[in-house]
Design a protein. Structure first.
Length: 93
């Protein structure tokens, strides 16, 4: 009886661990996707002061204004490059 209980617990732990690893793999941002986003428009999610976050192509990215200016939340910006997985953006009036 104790052996069956132990096997059931172990099986549950392995299944949960596998689910976590698969979940992390699915949501991982590949470095190749950086290049695909250059030129895309984004919406500022958290004020760029000069760094914050933007939503581009449905993904949340850390971002920095290219010239160091502040850009308010909700503003439309264009991705112009990347530096260490941080999107560099310019304001698009």
């Amino acid at each position: 009886m104790k052996l069956i209980f132990l096997i059931a617990i172990l099986g549950t732990v392995v299944a949960l661990g596998t689910a976590v690893v698969v979940g992390l793999y699915i949501h991982k941002k590949a470095s190749a996707s950086d290049l695909k986003l250059i030129g895309e428009f984004a919406r500022v999610s958290r004020k760029l002061d000069p760094e914050g976050t933007v939503i581009v192509c449905g993904e949340l990215w850390r971002a920095r204004s290219r010239n160091g200016s502040n850009i308010s939340a909700g503003a439309r910006v264009r991705v112009v490059g990347f530096a260490d997985h941080v999107a560099l953006v310019d304001c698009c009036n």
